[in-house]
Write a protein of this length. Structure first.
Length: 387
């Protein structure tokens, strides 16, 4: 096989141009039409025929090899409803939409891997490229799997990645086992009885009851779950009341529940509902409770993560491959990881200028990361074929 590392340097300006083009024209989940068209035309130019419109705006493409296994690489494509505050030439041209999570970079990185791998063809195995919509919600991974992207040919392993400015560009972070949290949602309505602010004894104050519910929910993490397990219960919004001298009859709470361990997650609806119902009842209030299951937790496969780590060491050097802790953030790559052995790594993109975290209106990343990510992915795919 030819020595391919120089190809990454050769393609890097193209990857940066692609990333900037996507960055200028960000699209929200399931609206990634322009992004999908750019991906499809780039793949077509490489001689890899794309399949567009998968689960809405998803794109897949197969680089067929001579026999051998099939391995997939996944990138997400969607942007966020944020107004960009960077004054860069490639800043978003769409008001209130921005690639603030680096998914533009994920697309460019995976296209970079496709460019290099297409030059190395014929390969001793098949590579499937998966570009999925709506990672930020409501989730494109599950509908793509339901549409059959892991079949024909059957995918035996899958790689995914996420940029992070918490690591300097040039490095990657590797995590074994539990990697991202399950992201569930709770909707609570505390129902009291309205009245005059001066006569609380004639009313049931939904605000006082709701305040106790919020405080008591914090005892789930501190008192009801093994302290060695990770749980977050966050009430993100609270709404109720009419005027300073009116007792509220109703308060609505909306929150997120994050867990890494699926057994801990399974116990959450009952634990949370028990507190909501009984604390409300203690104050004479009634309640409505809804628990909505979101993405499952992401668990990296041990063996595939081991392969990725050793490939990365080979490709970018031991000092540039570091352990990375699990995150309570969510990632719908978890659905792929539930279907086939998977590993998801962090691609360092921090620099002196790029310091803001994802979802920040000034998020930007060091673009050399695109080449680093493509290098690691290509090496991992080649090593997978050799195993
Ligand atoms: Ni993201």
């Amino acid at each position: 096989m030819m020595h391919w590392h120089p190809l990454v340097d050769e393609f890097l300006p193209t990857l940066i141009a692609l990333r900037r083009q996507i960055h200028r024209h960000p699209e929200l989940g399931f609206q990634e039409h322009r992004t999908a068209a750019l991906i499809a035309s780039t793949l077509t130019a490489l001689g890899i025929s794309p399949c567009s419109g998968v689960a809405g705006t998803g794109v897949t493409a197969v680089l067929a090899g001579q026999a051998g296994p099939t391995v997939a690489i996944r990138a997400d494509m969607d942007a966020l409803p944020i107004q960009e505050q960077n004054a860069v030439p490639y800043a978003s041209t769409v008001p209130n939409v921005m690639h603030a999570c680096g998914h533009d970079g994920h697309v460019a990185t995976v296209l970079g891997a496709a460019m290099v791998l297409s030059k190395l063809a014929p390969l001793p195995g098949t590579v499937k490229f998966i570009f999925q919509p709506a990672e930020e919600g409501p989730g494109g991974a599950r509908p793509m799997i339901e549409a059959g992207v892991l079949q024909h040919p059957a995918v035996e392993a899958i790689f995914g990645l996420h940029l992070t400015n918490a690591l300097p560009v040039g490095r990657i972070g590797v995590c074994y086992g539990q990697t991202c949290a399950a992201t569930d949602e709770i909707k609570i309505t505390v129902l009291g009885k309205g009245g005059h602010g001066a006569h609380p004894h004639q009313a049931v104050d939904a605000i006082v009851a709701a305040a106790q519910v919020v405080a008591s929910l914090q005892t789930i993490a501190s008192r009801q779950v093994d302290p060695l397990e990770s749980v977050v219960v966050t009430i993100g919004t609270i709404a109720g009341g009419y005027a300073n001298n009116v007792i509220a009859d109703k308060v609505e709470l909306h929150g997120t529940v994050r867990t890494l361990n699926e057994a801990v997650r399974a116990a959450m609806p009952e634990k949370i509902e028990r507190i909501v119902r009984n604390v409300s009842a203690a104050y004479g209030a009634d309640c409505r409770f809804e628990y909505l299951h979101g993405y499952p937790s992401l668990v990296n496969d041990q063996a595939l993560t081991g392969l990725l780590e050793s490939s990365a060491v080979k490709a970018i050097g031991r000092d540039n491959v570091v352990p990375y802790p699990p995150s309570m953030g969510g990632e719908d790559f978890a659905y792929f990881a539930r279907a086939v052995p998977a590993t998801f790594f962090r691609l360092g993109s921090g620099s002196a200028i790029c310091t803001h975290p994802g979802h920040h209106p000034r998020f930007d990343f060091a673009e050399e990361a695109l080449g680093v990510g493509a290098t690691v992915l290509v090496q991992a795919v080649l090593d997978y074929f050799r195993v």
